[in-house]
Design a protein around this ligand. Structure first.
Ligand SMILES: N[C@@H](CCC(=O)N[C@@H](CS)C(=O)NCC(=O)O)C(=O)O
Length: 213
């Protein structure tokens, strides 16, 4: 990929996140891949940080991630933030169809994928309030396995989700797919996903979820 100066290079970017948020990880991954410096403001959901008046000024929807842009605006929703960061770079293709295909995958992640992977991870692994075999967890995984099968079939014979180079579609789908095991998933039969995860992980600038990892 040709290295060009990022339109936001050198401008201040502040990310409101939590330590283990997969949605916020998307933004840290994107900034790492794009060579953008990011300042983190890390909140704690369990401590009630998202319920304060101060946080409502960051995001009235009371979720992370939110990005403080160089224009001085807080921008909510991971996919909108990815789009904001990727404009004018190869991470969001200019081609009309390819750009729309990226948008399709961003919608897929939010509507068919994210919750089915995030909820079991949250309840089994992070909060430890559910067992792997709880019916609700089994039901989430049934939904998630359908999404994984669709991804796997699409990735057969492809290197990345859209076109021949990585885009924000790959960035958006990476976090919760890569952490599926924490929600009791076994994705090992999906060999195209496994290879794609390894490809994304090997990209220059990859940022792990935890800085100590
Ligand atoms: N659609 C949102 C979802 C964000 C989301 O679910 N964030 C979680 C952390 S990963 C959160 O803030 N949860 C707190 C809550 O919803 O109360 C996005 O893509 O940014």
């Amino acid at each position: 990929m040709t290295q060009t100066t990022h339109p936001l290079a050198g401008k201040p970017l502040v990310l409101a996140d939590t330590l283990r948020s997969g949605n916020a990880w998307k933004i840290r991954l994107a900034c790492g891949f794009m060579g953008l410096a990011l300042t983190r403001r890390t909140f704690d959901i369990v401590q009630g940080d998202l319920e304060t008046n101060a946080f409502a000024r960051i995001n009235p929807w009371r979720q992370v991630p939110a990005l403080l842009t160089p224009e001085g605006e807080w921008l909510a929703e991971s996919q909108a933030i990815l789009w904001y960061l990727a404009q004018g770079t190869p991470w969001l293709p200019q081609d009309r169809l390819a750009q729309a295909q990226v948008s399709s995958w961003l919608s897929f992640e939010q509507t068919q994928h994210m919750h089915a992977f995030a909820q079991p991870r949250l309840l089994i692994h992070l909060r430890q309030t559910a067992a792997v075999d709880d019916p609700a967890m089994v039901a989430w995984r049934a939904i998630g396995m359908k999404a994984a099968a669709l991804m796997d079939a699409h990735l057969a014979g492809r290197t990345y989700l859209v076109g021949g180079a990585p885009t924000i579609a790959d960035v958006a789908l990476y976090p919760y797919t890569s952490m599926a095991e924490q929600g009791g998933y076994d994705l090992s039969a999906f060999t195209h996903i496994t290879a794609w995860l390894a490809r994304v992980r090997a990209l220059p600038g990859f940022t792990p979820l935890l800085e100590t990892a």
